[in-house]
Design a protein around this ligand. Structure first.
Ligand code: ZN
Length: 512
């Protein structure tokens, strides 16, 4: 046993760090479970109680993260990590990196601010539910103003180079800045506008009525679970429930929960919602044993997480090959609604491009324009160029300029997304990063599995999942996003793949 004053062996220090990391993992996942319950099961009067619980939990996590003992441990292990290579495994080095990152961020935030933010967002989410349902911006206004004010204080405490918004972005996509994303997003906007022009000029109109027949929700629910099974979702390590806004929450690799919402006059909503959240869930269910229950025991960033959901939802789920297999089976569930419908007709219907109000229902082409709008508004809000009171009018004005449509009410405008009520500013850009990464991964899968499309057309999705498991899921947070994408695809993130994928696909859909 080490005597007082001597340094314990490196192994003991690593064991202590792993223990602290495992405990924080547990506390964080308890929070996810509380959040899942709030959105799916909790009775209305539970709101303030849940707010207290989340605030207490956030306080406990913050205390643990900022403890002097952890600070000492990290100081010594950072020195080892910075020393000669080979003393730490890739996994241990990554745990030191992630724990340091979380610790550094936490010590900069006063405990009182963390608790107040947890309380404000828990209550804010509940207020948003009602405000959105009643399309009542005024009801949500004060709650949002409080959250924005708290997030501004967070940015000031955390610190940033350039704009305050960078402090918020970095929380979800390590290293991302407005200076880096801005030009990339501008280029994507220009490419998207060009593609939309070609689609318009094709003169082709697509009839979507087959998707708007009456589809009883219980049958939709069962078919959605069937599709999740094809994807490889493990129902013994997860479940699906209903919520206002679809999401995926993990309480650990063995318990990953997703939600969807159902509409008996809109078949794609629940189906692609399930495939999207299922993609997130496969990532969490596939985290490797070597990184389980640690600071790197989950998806490495929100952008990479979103690449998984978009790949399954769009590259697989909205692909022609998938429906050669899936349509006869869907028609088995809905024989009346789908009698005589050809794969070609169905595939075109689910890929119709049309500017709409709602981001989560947007087609693949216009989707990124919704994100670019939010990126621009959030950036201006935190730069102090616009105020909370400007948001509803600004939203509608920019929607008209960017997408050519004006939401008829705030429910379909500024109130549509839950994110701001949770304080998730800087989060939306990761959706477009996910599309960029997803298209690049899909291209790499096509190179590595030459008969990828034929396999999909036979309903065989196992090789695709195995490819993702090995290269993306298993390492968890071992490698930062850029390195992970480069290891998986042979090159760093490259936005050309998304433009190429969209141009090719929509040339076929619209015949130009
Ligand atoms: Zn997602």
């Amino acid at each position: 046993m080490a005597s007082v004053g001597t340094l314990p062996a490196l192994d003991e220090e690593l064991a202590a760090l792993r223990a602290a990391s495992a405990e924080l993992y547990d506390l964080g996942h308890i929070g996810e479970l509380l959040g899942w319950d709030q959105e799916t099961m909790m009775p209305a009067k539970g709101v303030s109680w849940r707010g207290n619980q989340q605030a207490t939990l956030s306080g406990v996590i913050h205390e643990r993260l900022t403890s002097p003992r952890l600070a000492d441990l990290l100081k010594r292990l950072r020195e080892v990590a910075a020393g000669p290579a080979g003393r730490l495994s890739a996994v241990d080095r990554a745990i030191v990196r992630e724990m340091s990152r979380a610790h550094d961020r936490a010590v900069k935030l006063p405990n009182a601010l963390v608790k107040e933010l947890a309380q404000a967002t828990s209550e804010g989410a509940a207020i948003w539910q009602t405000a959105r349902a009643q399309s009542d911006w005024g009801m949500f206004r004060d709650a949002l103003a409080r959250i924005v004010d708290l997030k501004r204080r967070v940015a000031e405490h955390v610190g940033y180079a350039g704009e305050p918004y960078n402090a918020l972005l970095d929380e979800y996509e390590p290293g991302a800045t407005v200076e880096q994303l801005g030009p990339m997003f501008d280029r994507l906007r220009a490419d998207t506008v060009t593609l939309l022009g070609k689609i318009r000029d094709s003169g082709r109109t697509i009839d979507r009525s087959v998707l708007e027949a009456h589809y009883p929700v219980d049958d939709q629910w069962r078919f959605g679970e069937t599709v999740l099974g094809w994807m490889g979702f493990d129902f013994e390590a997860g479940r699906q429930d209903r919520s206002t806004h679809p999401f995926c929450a993990s309480s650990g690799v063995g318990d990953v929960r997703i939600t969807t919402r159902l509409n008996d006059r809109d078949l794609p909503q629940a189906l692609f919602g399930s495939m999207h959240e299922g993609g997130h869930a496969l990532y969490e269910q596939g985290i490797g044993q070597a990184v389980h229950r640690s600071a790197i025991g989950g998806g490495v960033s929100l952008g990479v997480h979103e690449s998984q959901s978009r790949l399954w939802e769009n590259c697989v789920g909205r692909g022609h090959h998938f429906w050669r297999f899936a349509l006869p089976r869907l028609a088995g569930v809905f024989p009346e609604q789908l009698r005589g419908v050809e794969v070609e007709t169905f595939w075109r219907a689910i890929n119709r491009v049309e500017p709409t109000f709602i981001r989560v229902e947007a087609d693949e082409v216009t989707y990124n324009l919704h994100i670019l709008l939010r990126f621009e508004i959030e950036r201006a809000l935190f730069a102090g160029q616009v105020s909370v009171d400007d948001l509803p009018a600004l939203w509608n004005e920019r929607m008209q300029q960017v997408l050519g449509v004006t939401p008829p009410d705030d429910r379909r405008g500024v109130l549509q997304d839950i994110h701001w009520s949770f304080g998730l500013f800087g989060y939306f850009p990761t959706y477009t990063l996910g599309n960029l990464y997803g298209a690049q991964l899909w291209a790499a899968i096509g190179r590595d599995i030459p008969d990828r499309d034929e396999q999909v057309a036979r309903g065989e999705l196992g090789a695709i999942l195995a490819w993702l498991r090995q290269r993306i899921h298993a390492p968890g947070g071992t490698y930062l996003p850029n390195e992970l994408i480069e290891r998986a695809t042979g090159e760093p993130p490259n936005p050309c793949y998304l433009t190429e994928y969209l141009n090719q696909k929509y040339a076929a859909v619209y015949g130009f």
